[in-house]
Design a protein. Structure first.
Length: 338
């Protein structure tokens, strides 16, 4: 089996090859896509001849490229398949429920990300578009936090063409997450819709995301519009997270308990073992003094003398290898004296 670093290295190699081939926003065939990313979605490209097997709901169908003027004339490069999701009505929804219990231990310590994305589009000159809405659920099915939304590229994002735009986002699921509900939704004015989608994915295969290639600002959530393209856009650049999730600092760093008094002991801050290779610097600021070290080379915790009177405000920052900077502040109280 490949370890995490090997998977990420392979992942980056696939990304570089995709960009080098100038597939613009297109990627790899469905089978290779699922094998590389560990796609948790069933029938992610509407290619099943039996229909939208694996999806629940109505208002979406499978359609062939070029079968009507509302669809792109041909599939993206790299053999994306011959079909795509096609919406009948604005507001139409289909969904899948994904079991995440196999990665529950990693989720509960904040070391696993859920990455979602795909290619979304609509007919030229129309506002119709599509998006994914993902809700994190606990073991009883109750929703945890706000849903993650990606997609809805505008006609401007599509450069006024009947085409697809790659959109991607990621999140560190809240502790206690055991499932995710993924909804494909048609967005636009009430009535008939010309929205479509292709090569959807949801993966927990990786615990971090390298930076995505440079792109212009897009109207759609997490959508990537290349600065330059040799031709019409057809999908996505690479599955690297263009909108990268910022982990909670407490997922990376062990903090002293905020409800304990700190006058009689030192407050200790250390990077969790599973994150040491991903954090290049941890910084602790207290009383106007800054202390920092590289947890990859130093195993010692950073220490701060506890408050003697009143309370002490401490700011902790972790600078990660990909540039993200999770940050948090904690206030510790002094111990009562008798």
């Amino acid at each position: 089996m490949m370890n995490t670093s090997s998977k990420v290295a392979a992942y980056r190699r696939v990304s570089r090859v995709s960009i080098g081939l100038l597939c613009a926003l297109a990627l790899v065939p469905d089978a290779a896509w699922a094998g590389t990313l560990g796609n948790r979605l069933t029938n992610p490209s509407a290619e099943d001849p039996a229909g939208l097997i694996g999806w629940q709901g109505s208002g979406w169908n499978s359609a062939a490229y070029g079968s009507a003027a509302r669809y792109p004339a041909a599939a993206p490069c790299c053999d994306a398949g011959s079909s795509l999701f096609s919406a009948d009505q604005s507001g139409a929804q289909i969904s899948q429920l994904l079991d995440l219990s196999d990665v529950a231990p990693a989720i509960d310590v904040g070391s696993r990300a859920l990455s979602i994305g795909g290619k979304f589009g609509g007919q030229a000159g129309r506002p119709d578009t599509a998006r994914l809405v993902v809700a994190m659920l606990d073991g009883s099915g109750a929703q945890l936090g706000a849903p993650l939304i990606v997609g809805s590229p505008s006609d401007s994002d599509r450069r006024g063409m009947t085409t697809l735009v790659f959109c991607q986002s990621a999140v560190i699921p809240p502790p206690g997450t055991r499932a995710a509900r993924v909804v494909l939704e048609a967005v636009g004015p009430p009535g008939l819709s010309t929205a479509f989608a292709e090569e959807l994915y949801a993966t927990t295969a990786y615990d971090s995301f390298p930076p995505g290639p440079a792109g212009a600002a897009a109207d759609g959530a997490g959508c990537f519009v290349p600065l330059a393209s040799p031709g019409p856009m057809a999908g996505g650049s690479s599955p690297t997270a263009q909108a990268r999730a910022i982990p909670r600092l407490t997922s990376l760093v062990v903090l002293p308990k905020a409800n304990r008094c700190g006058a009689l002991s030192k407050l200790r801050f250390r990077v969790r073992r599973e994150w040491r290779s991903k954090v290049v610097e941890m910084t602790v600021i207290a009383r106007g003094r800054t202390d920092a070290h590289d947890p990859r080379t130093s195993r010692r915790p950073l220490t701060v003398r506890g408050p003697r009177r009143a309370s002490l405000l401490v700011t902790i920052t972790a600078r990660m290898t990909d540039g993200r900077r999770p940050r948090a502040q904690r206030r510790f109280r002094a111990c009562r004296t008798h």
